[in-house]
Design a protein around this ligand. Structure first.
Ligand SMILES: [Zn+2]
Length: 251
């Protein structure tokens, strides 16, 4: 199950550390070298600083996916406490507190021996980006792709989300996805109404219900699971995706 390239990356980095915040946010602490870590989308400050200290990690970077307050709320105070560098979406640069480096599609972010490709996935917000670490098989999609769901279309269209999800769906199927919210159970409840005959989806719904009943997190998950069970990833047109998104908004 673990490929050679993943083993090589795992030899120097630990897996991302989950920091629950607010009602359903997940902040991710990514150790990338001995004693060093990046934080993805810090909604808040104290739990992040506490988690870093508990793991003996110095925060050197913040990576933001989009401007929403529950993704950048900790930027200023974490930067003040650590002197870290803040990297975020160029098209939302004015709305990212403390931004040091603006990035967009085609840019790369280097963290020690780990390199992320920046993907433009504007739809949930107009300038939204995702960070893909190909050698580590990690994707941080922010609020674009969730387990069996996708982000609401606050600033973009169904066409934008169709393009964004199509871009993410073409990544390697064994990519591990670290999204920013625990929305899985409510997404699954809607997904089975969108695809009532999907056996893989029915099985995943049962597994997710069991996990949540025990208080377990359902993130990360694999892209291969989304290809089989996510009604937004599986939509065959922007029109179909848009109709499903509208139905989910009212679900
Ligand atoms: Zn958001």
């Amino acid at each position: 199950m673990v490929q050679e390239s993943t083993q090589a990356a795992s030899a120097v980095i630990a897996r991302p550390i989950r920091i629950p915040a607010l009602s359903d946010n997940y902040i991710w602490l990514l150790p990338y070298a001995a004693g060093r870590a990046a934080v993805i989308d810090p909604a808040v400050t104290e739990p992040v600083l506490e988690a870093a200290a508990a793991h003996g990690l110095q925060i050197t970077h913040i990576l933001n996916t989009h401007w929403h307050p529950d993704h950048v709320g900790g930027n200023a105070a974490i930067k003040a406490a650590t002197g870290c560098t803040i990297i975020g979406p160029a098209r939302e640069a004015a709305r990212i507190p403390g931004l040091d480096r603006a990035v967009d599609e085609g840019d790369q972010v280097t963290l020690g021996g780990l390199v992320a490709d920046v993907l433009f996935v504007g739809a949930h917000t107009a300038g939204h980006i995702a960070y893909h670490f190909p050698t580590a098989h990690l994707l941080f999609p922010g609020d674009t792709l969730f387990a069996m769901g996708c982000g609401r279309l606050f600033e973009g269209s169904a066409d934008d989300m169709f393009r964004a999800l199509g871009k993410l769906a073409r990544l390697p199927a064994d990519t591990e996805i670290y999204c920013a919210h625990e929305y899985t159970l409510s997404n699954a409840r809607f997904a089975i109404t969108a695809e009532p005959g999907n056996q893989a989806l029915a099985a995943r719904f049962a597994a997710v219900q069991a996990a949540r009943a025990k208080g377990l997190a359902t993130v990360p998950f694999r892209l291969s699971d989304e290809l089989e069970t996510n009604p937004f990833v599986r939509a065959t047109s922007a029109d179909e995706l848009g109709k499903r998104r509208t139905a989910k908004d009212a679900f």
